[in-house]
Design a binder for this molecule. Structure first.
Ligand code: FAD
Length: 385
């Protein structure tokens, strides 16, 4: 094996797990972790929940203690952006000009908030929800009486709505589809979350065609098709995330709604691996390439990629799981619901404790459990078999 180090690009949940696993599995060579954020690796789920509500401080977001890098002998580069990869020379170039050689490379570059081409995104008062810096900017803008419009009724948009209603801010969600969470849950669950939010004071517009943001230097209103305008002081753009794949694409790696990887997280270059939010892998379970944006996948695939970098050949094909916290409701999702043709409900929606089971033919493919952790755990076991 070459003497050059293993290099990991992306110091998020996946990159740090891969670094830790490499050491735990006995890798003793050089190990470089490069991340372009100014923080040590941190967890993102609390950003739209407890951290935004001020219930926890920044130290509770950190994934590892200060001594991790020394203890695990990881050469960590923070605030350091990789600008290109030369797969033939096996080197990565950093912004600023220096470069680092690698023997094996892991891409754990994650996702970024999707930008859509609409007017007004440059105005003061337009925000995103992906990083600590994003939350700090939103928190600084929250003054008594501000009106917030959230563009996008997906999980993150609704979590932010719930966190901001905690402080009694005026919150409006605009969603282009017929119902909130339409891409990921059935009508019954969309209707449930719609009701939960409106009962708690959120105004929701569905089927709303968002045309842009207007204002003189700063946000004053959101414009919808048909001429309707919603007055706003802050706009949160929450229209999904897109995989960070430019480095991989420019290096000639195959891209397929993410960096294409095989069962062992290997990309189309045998020395380069991809894992976490940025990676698209073939799932036997779902018979298609899938890309998962979840903590479960970032951790499990980071571990798996580390094993593969050390020569393991196991197949990565997990039961995906995810959660979302809104008000006093914990939604836990096991599996993927796309392609279902019928549902069954158990529990009691009126008591805010129920589960929806999604089937494709006779096969159970997903379970959404609302305040029913036991149903969630059982579903994960059931789906695994
Ligand atoms: P990331 O966390 O995105 O880390 C990638 C890192 O790579 C970033 O720091 C990025 O800046 C860096 N990077 C990219 N390109 C370069 C480069 N060229 N050079 C150097 N560094 C680079 N999941 C759940 O399961 N449950 C939840 O409740 C949940 N809530 C969430 C709430 C929010 C607000 C967000 C944003 C995400 C949430 N998620 C949740 C998703 C979960 O956080 C992600 O799936 C997970 O963080 C992915 O980890 P990752 O390491 O693959 O990517």
């Amino acid at each position: 094996m070459s003497n050059e180090p293993f290099v990991i690009i992306g110091a998020g949940q996946c990159g740090i797990k891969a670094a830790e696993t490499l050491r735990q599995q006995g890798y003793e060579g050089g190990l470089v972790l490069i991340g372009d954020e100014p923080h040590a690796p941190y967890q993102r789920p609390p950003l739209s929940k407890a951290f935004l509500k001020g219930e926890i401080g920044i130290e509770r977001l950190m994934l590892k203690g200060d001594d991790f890098f020394d203890k695990f002998n990881v050469d960590s580069h923070q605030s350091c952006h990789v600008s290109s990869i030369d797969p033939a020379a096996k080197r990565v170039k950093l912004t600023g000009g220096s470069d680092i050689a690698y023997s094996k490379l892991l891409l754990a570059t994650g996702t970024r908030s999707r930008r859509i081409p609409v007017p007004g995104l440059e105005l003061d008062g337009v925000h995103y929800m992906r990083t600590i810096a994003d939350v700090e900017a939103i928190s600084a803008a929250l003054k008594p009486g501000v009106r917030i419009v959230i563009v996008g009724g997906g999980y993150i948009g609704l979590e932010v709505a719930s966190a901001l209603r905690h402080f009694d801010y005026e919150v409006t969600v605009i969603e282009g589809m017929e119902r909130v969470l339409q891409r990921v849950v059935c009508q019954q669950l969309s209707d449930y979350f719609h009701r939960i939010h409106t009962e708690r004071g959120v105004t929701i517009h569905t089927n709303a065609r968002f045309e842009g943001i207007e204002g003189n230097g700063r946000v004053e209103r959101v414009r919808l098709a048909g001429g309707e305008a919603i007055e706003a002081d802050i706009v949160l753009m929450s229209v999904g995330a897109e995989p960070v794949c430019e480095l991989a694409a420019e290096a000639g790696l195959k891209i397929n709604n993410g960096i294409e990887a095989d069962h062992s997280c290997r990309t189309s270059d045998p020395n380069i691996y991809a894992a976490g939010d940025c990676a698209s892998f073939f799932s036997d379970r779902y018979q298609r390439h899938i890309r998962l944006e979840s903590v479960q996948n970032a951790i499990d695939q980071g571990k798996h990629a580390a094993g593969a970098m050390l020569g393991a050949e196991d197949v990565y094909d997990p039961v995906p799981w995810f959660w979302s916290d809104q008000y006093d409701i914990k939604l836990q999702i096991a599996g993927l619901s796309q392609g279902y043709d019928r549902i069954e409900t158990e529990g009691d929606e009126a008591e805010n404790a129920f589960a929806i089971r999604y089937f494709a033919g006779d096969r159970l493919i997903c379970v959404d459990a609302v305040n029913m952790p036991r149903a969630h755990m059982m579903a994960r076991r059931e789906l695994a078999t």
